[in-house]
Design a protein around this ligand. Sequence first.
Ligand code: PMV
Length: 350
Amino acid sequence: TTSRPHIVTCTAPVNIAVVKYWGKRDEDLILPISSSLSVTLHQDQLKTTTTVAISTSFKVDRMWLNGKEEDITHPRLQSCLREIRRLARKRRNDGEPDSTESTGLSHKVHICSVNNFPTAAGLASSAAGFACLVYSLAQAFGVEGDLSGIARQGSGSACRSMYGGFVQWIMGNRDDGKDSIAQQVEPESHWPELRILVLVASAKRKPIGSTSGMQTSVQTSVLLKHRAESVVPHRMDKMIKAVQKRDFAAFAEITMKDSNQFHATCLDTYPPIFYLNSVSQQIIHLVHRYNGHYRESRVAYSFDAGPNAVIFTLQQHVPEFVRVVQHFFPPDTNGEDFIKGLPVKGAAIS
Ligand code: PMV
């Protein structure tokens, strides 16, 4: 048996949903009212890096995020810690080669996590964060297998960051959540021409977090109910086919419609939730004018719980679209309302 390290460091990238998750049917287990599908970014771009240390000298579990100590009693953090320790214990009881003695199941952990992008600005920081936390804890405690069900209990969207490429989160229908897991649809290598640009309209923390936003939406929005029951199931099928066929026009159209419907359910929520700002709206118009000019969808936008745009396009269109963005949002304008481009996959904006 190999002895496991007492300190492990892992990174996990952000994922961007193209069929969005919005609304839970179970708050504690984090079970969604519909399935969702996302694209996981490259490891070296928007990512979380987490170091987990296990030691006999630690008295309590502790956690730091971007250098600031967080409340370890946070229920979702506790769920992840509890589930990983439970799996580690099960593994030992099942008679797996015992290396847990050295890593110490009963020992306390210190967790240190940093994001290389703004936290809670609607850039899926919790997805990368909890995926990374679960993965590094699993490494430290010697746990293997599908861990997306545990990451899900940290933050729903985190389950999709456990895999690269194109990933679906199947909603499942069990009450215990065992079938609510992430699955890779295609690996990243399936569509090498696909590019993602992030246009940062604002790096401020979002005014309404996804947890409370979803709760109010589930309670008040009839559009959300319709979306979950009648729109998303069909859209998931179409999106999976578009990805499998590398049909960018279909991919782009579903992506934009789904982002728009998500924000429409936010407006249909009472009191309404606004995540988009005037810059986001300008980007939406710009993309439609650009696509209209070519009479084909060459670029797609998507917005999560914040005003920042995620742009999907193909490699050959990046230079021109970047010039168009720079023309309308000059990089030398430093006001809050102007876009800073964050290059993803080698595309430079500023
Ligand atoms: O996992 P959460 O609670 O951060 O929710 C994420 C919700 C969206 O980002 C808006 C959509 C999605 O599917 O990622």
